[in-house]
Design a protein around this ligand. Sequence first.
Ligand code: FAD
Length: 380
Amino acid sequence: MRYDVVVVGGGPAGASTARFLTEKGAKVLLVEKKRLPRFKLCAGCLSARIVPLLPEGWESEVLNTVKGGFLGFRGERFHRRTSERPIAYIIDRASFDHFLVKSAADKGVDVWGETEFLGFEEGRTLRVRTNRGEVEAEFLVGADGFYSRVGKQLGLEKEKFFRSVEFWTEGDLREEVVIDIGIVKRGYGWIFPKGSRVSVGLATTGKENTLRVLKSYVRDHWLLNGVDIKGVKGWMIPFATERGDLQLGRDRVLLVGDAANMVDPLLGEGIYYGVLGGKILAESIVQSPDRAYQVYRKRVEGEIFPELYYAGRIARLAYTFQRAAFRMGGGHAMDRFLDLLSGRRSYKDLYKKGLIEFVISLLPFENFSHIIIDKILRRR
Ligand SMILES: Cc1cc2nc3c(=O)[nH]c(=O)nc-3n(C[C@H](O)[C@H](O)[C@H](O)COP(=O)(O)OP(=O)(O)OC[C@H]3O[C@@H](n4cnc5c(N)ncnc54)[C@H](O)[C@@H]3O)c2cc1C
């Protein structure tokens, strides 16, 4: 059997790449090793800027529409902001990813579930080996997540990543999310709505014992009141802060999503970037088959990397000076952040606008720093 493109991985990045490719006329095979719908550890928060990239019918996947949130410090104090319009949507990953795969199949993608990619050989075409047999392809796309086997065959390893833990419990947040800093050295804790329940978790690039920190987070948090911690699972979230961190593959073997480290280093948001990366990858293959890798890299560096870079700069400041970052959240920073999630601002904009405020918020006197911030903003 022969395909234009074989895509490995039925997560958001793989399913979207396959759909965008087929919409442009390519013959595509998607292989997913698990049986669909499959579980994926994830808080399932989609920033609203993803909407134009989603297939028709996505609204039916939404469990909660987020219109605001709390930025907390150590689960004790918090700032709260709300917005008129949706800033994010909460979905269940098993159902949402299945929906994306079904949408790709509806467009004509051949989907092989419970099929594991085993390796590839390069010749005039690529020979792609799976546990269901071998196929030929012009291009191979690795959208196979953190432990990408396609990436491993290219000799790639993950260097920068969050370790994260998550569990679901009873709770009612409906339209708001909670993000708490001051809990781990470099990272944050979250409580997100999940339909009529909540997802509780934390992500860190530090060396803490995540389970121990999660327990004290839950015990002390004003919203959780020490609920039972059951069914905690852990997983890694890779990210990129430098151009060289992007692992995009080579020649006719290309990577996207977590496999490519296409995740923001501030929050670990990967779904939006994986889907956007899939669109860019599909366009690069279809429009420039002879230079697909070069075009793909150039476009990712121009259209995705600046966001990851500035998110990384914000992360470095915010996680090093967490008390100051929290103080700053009481000013205009949170409104700008909501604008970012809804697609009306970029991380670059956030970084540049917020830098002066941030320096001021390093001052120890909270009220005094707010007076200065207001004066500066009025002068702008
Ligand atoms: C606890 C936690 C919370 C998170 N919360 C959020 C959030 O709220 N919002 C957000 O945007 N991001 C979040 N993320 C990050 C997000 O989950 C990832 O960035 C996203 O899943 C990346 O999508 P992907 O398609 O690249 O990879 P994945 O979703 O990991 O999909 C990869 C697929 O490849 C398949 N596969 C792997 N190997 C093979 C093989 N050899 N053969 C065939 N198939 C294979 C896997 O079974 C899997 O289905 C979170 C991550 C974690 C761990």
